[in-house]
Design a binder for this molecule. Structure first.
Ligand code: PXP
Length: 248
């Protein structure tokens, strides 16, 4: 493993997905945040989507209280919709990760398109407003490991980029050659160091696919969600069934 410890942000959106599927009050997002931070997570990441498919407005404040209790950062992922930006301002998280958002997508499907001048202006304006209204907030931009895009990030008030690792992670899962992706990440790490931007990673990562990235110390932060919640099912299912069988 690496000499410099990278940070692990645990994305707990899919605890809320399970809750919303039944409209019950469980599983509790607050309990999830407590368990993650109580077991070594360096930050909690949540995505307040415009369609509120998982995280709800009340969850944001509730999770904020847990992260404050632990003295650990809350990383709030948002699109640049003005209503969501206002909620981010009211919440005043430690970090905000700006992501592209489409209602019809299953999950965030790629990085911000900053080559479109319309998008660039929208993201720049949102980041300027967030920096103005939330003293000390840090901002990361979710982008592809692409030189032109990374250089554009430098023209926006932000502190880091979160590189989209979804395509790499899928290739890894399929047993395909991932050297091309790794090489892109090496280049983006180098460029971010020159530009003075933090180099974070997120999307689609698993215990196995994160390993080569950690080994080469390619990123200083990893935000991982879906796989953690999926794996937690199997790490907990045997215990839950045997406890219930005892009770019955
Ligand atoms: N980072 C960003 C910007 C994301 O949009 C997501 C998904 O919400 C994640 C990280 C976590 O991705 P996953 O759930 O696939 O691990």
């Amino acid at each position: 493993m690496s000499a410099t410890k990278a940070r692990l942000g645990v994305n707990i959106d899919h605890v809320a997905t399970l809750r919303q599927a039944r409209g019950e009050s469980y599983p509790s997002i607050v309990d999830a945040a407590n368990v993650c931070l109580g077991n070594g997570a360096d930050q909690i990441t949540i995505h307040l989507r415009e369609d509120r498919r998982h995280i709800q407005d009340t969850d944001v404040e509730a999770v904020r209280l847990v992260t404050k209790k632990f003295g650990k950062p809350l990383n709030l992922e948002i699109g640049v919709d003005p209503e969501i930006v206002d909620i981010a301002i009211a919440t005043a998280p430690d970090w905000i990760c700006v992501v592209p958002e489409k209602r019809e997508e299953k999950t965030t499907e790629g990085g911000l398109d900053l080559k479109s001048s319309e998008n660039f202006e929208k993201v720049k304006n949102a980041c300027s407003l967030l920096k103005e209204k939330i003293p000390g907030v840090k901002i990361s931009l979710f982008v592809e490991a692409d030189e032109e895009t990374l250089r554009k990030c430098k023209e926006i008030p932000c502190d880091a980029v979160e590189i989209h690792t979804g395509d790499f992670a899928r290739a890894h899962l399929n047993g395909e050659d991932t050297e091309g992706f790794i090489d892109q990440f090496r280049q983006s790490k180098k460029l971010c160091a020159e530009l003075g931007l933090g180099h974070h990673a997120g999307h689609g990562l698993t215990h196995d696919s994160v390993a080569p990235l950690v080994k080469e110390e390619l990123f200083i932060e990893y935000n991982i969600g879906h796989w953690i919640i999926c794996q937690a099912v199997f790490d907990g299912l045997a215990k839950v069934v045997s406890n219930l069988k005892e009770a019955i």
